[in-house]
Design a protein around this ligand. Structure first.
Ligand code: PEP
Ligand code: MG
Length: 328
C-alpha cells in the first residue's frame, strides 16, 4: 500500500497556503464504509451503487436502495456522500438486466445512456430512493449531505433528461406525501465529450467529478482492462491532463465545484499536480486517504499551479513524469 507509513488525519485538510481540499473515499460496498471513516476520509466522493445490483437474480427494490444510502449518510454524519446512479454496461455487466449485445460495449449503451433509454424504470426507482434519502439529513441531526451524480455523460441532452427525471420523481413523491429533498446534482467527466462540454455541464449542475479511469481510456483510445495497451491508458499523458484542465477551466466562474474520483486522485505523488489543475475534491480508495491528506498540507497552491502549467505544456508522458518528479 502507498501509505502504510502515513498516519490518519481525521480532520479536513488545506494546502500550506490555506486552500481547502476535500479528501474523500470511493466506496464499492457497505463493508467499505467504516474502514473509509477509520482512514480519515472527509466523506464519500464516489459511492458505486453497482454493488447493490450484483450477485443476485433481480434488481434491489426502492427500500433496499434507500437503506443502503442512508447507511452511507449515517457513516459520515457531517460530510458529503456522493452517490453515483447505476453505471452498468461496458466493463460492468449485470446478467438479469438483459443488456444489449453490442460489438463494442465500451462505445455502446452504458451508464446514463442505459438509465435513460433502456431502464427508465430502474432509474426512477433509484431516484426515488435517493430523493427520500436526501431528506434523511433534515430529519436526523446524524446524517450529512447527499449528492447524486450521473455516470458516462456525453451530451447535454442527457443531463437535461436526468434533471427532468429528478424533477418528475420529486413531483411524484410530493403528490404521495412522501418526505424527500433534491440533493446536489452532478456529472462524472469520463468522456472527452464531457470534458469539452464542461462549461455547459457546470452551468446546469452543482458539481463535476472527473473519472480518470474511463477518461484516460477514452482520450487515449485504450481499453482499461487490456494490458497490451496499459502504457496508453495512463492519465499522465498530456492529452488526458489537458482534458482535466479543460474541465476545471470550464467550471471556473460557475458555482459548480470540481472533484476527481478516478484512481489518479489517490496517488500522493500526483497531489500537487491535481491541486494545481484546480481540483477541489479528491476521492480515492480509503487506503490512500492518509497519505494524500498529509501531502495536501505540504502543497503550496501557487507552486502547484506552476507545476500544472509546466505539465500541461509537455508533449509526452515521459516529459510529464519528469516534471512531476516520477522516473521518465
Ligand atoms: C472512473 O471511470 O474513473 C470512475 C471513477 O468510475 P469507474 O472506475 O467506476 O468506472
Ligand atoms: Mg467510470
Amino acid at each position: 500500500a502507498l501509505n502504510d507509513d502515513a498516519s490518519v488525519v481525521p480532520e479536513p485538510v488545506s494546502t500550506a497556503d490555506g486552500r481547502p481540499i476535500e479528501v474523500a473515499a470511493n466506496v464499492g460496498s457497505a463493508a467499505e464504509l467504516s474502514p473509509a471513516r477509520d482512514r480519515g476520509a472527509d466523506g464519500i466522493g464516489l459511492f458505486r451503487t453497482e454493488f447493490l445490483f450484483l450477485d443476485r437474480e433481480s434488481p434491489p427494490d426502492e427500500e433496499e436502495q434507500y437503506e443502503a444510502v442512508v447507511a452511507a449518510l449515517e457513516a459520515f454524519p457531517n460530510d458529503r456522500v456522493v452517490v453515483r446512479t447505476l453505471d452498468v454496461g461496458g466493463d460492468k455487466r449485470v446478467p438479469y438486466l438483459d443488456l444489449p449485445e453490442e460489438p463494442n460495449p465500451f462505445l455502446g449503451r452504458r451508464g446514463i445512456r442505459l438509465s435513460l433509454e433502456e431502464h427508465a424504470d430502474l432509474f426512477e426507482r433509484q431516484l426515488r430512493a435517493l430523493l427520500r434519502a436526501a431528506a434523511h439529513g433534515g430529519n436526523e441531526a446524524a446524517a450529512g449531505d447527499l449528492a447524486v451524480m450521473f455516470p458516462m455523460v456525453s451530451r447535454i441532452e442527457e443531463v437535461e433528461a436526468a434533471l427532468d427525471a429528478v424533477e418528475s420523481v420529486a413531483a411524484d413523491l410530493a403528490d404521495e406525501g412522501v418526505e424527500h429533498a433534491v440533493p446536489e446534482l452532478g456529472a462524472m467527466v469520463e468522456t472527452p465529450a464531457a470534458a469539452f462540454l464542461a462549461d455547459a455541464l457546470a452551468n446546469r449542475l452543482d458539481f463535476l467529478s472527473v473519472g480518470t479511469n474511463d477518461l484516460a481510456g477514452y482520450v487515449m483510445v485504450a481499453d482499461r482492462e487490456n494490458d497490451g495497451v496499459a502504457d496508453y491508458h495512463d492519465p499522465l499523458h498530456p492529452a488526458v491532463l489537458r482534458a482535466i484542465d479543460r474541465t476545471t477551466r470550464g467550471a471556473e466562474g460557475t458555482h459548480a465545484w470540481v472533484g476527481m474520483c478516478g484512481e489518479m486522485a489517490g496517488d500522493p505523488a500526483l497531489t500537487e499536480l491535481l491541486v494545481g489543475l484546480g481540483l477541489e475534491e479528491l476521492s480515492m480508495s480509503a487506503v490512500t486517504v492518509p497519505a494524500v491528506k498529509t501531502r495536501v498540507r505540504e502543497v503550496d497552491s501557487a507552486a502547484a499551479r506552476d507545476l500544472a502549467e509546466e505539465a500541461l505544456a509537455c508533449e509526452t508522458r515521459g516529459e510529464v513524469r519528469e516534471v512531476v518528479g516520477l522516473d521518465g
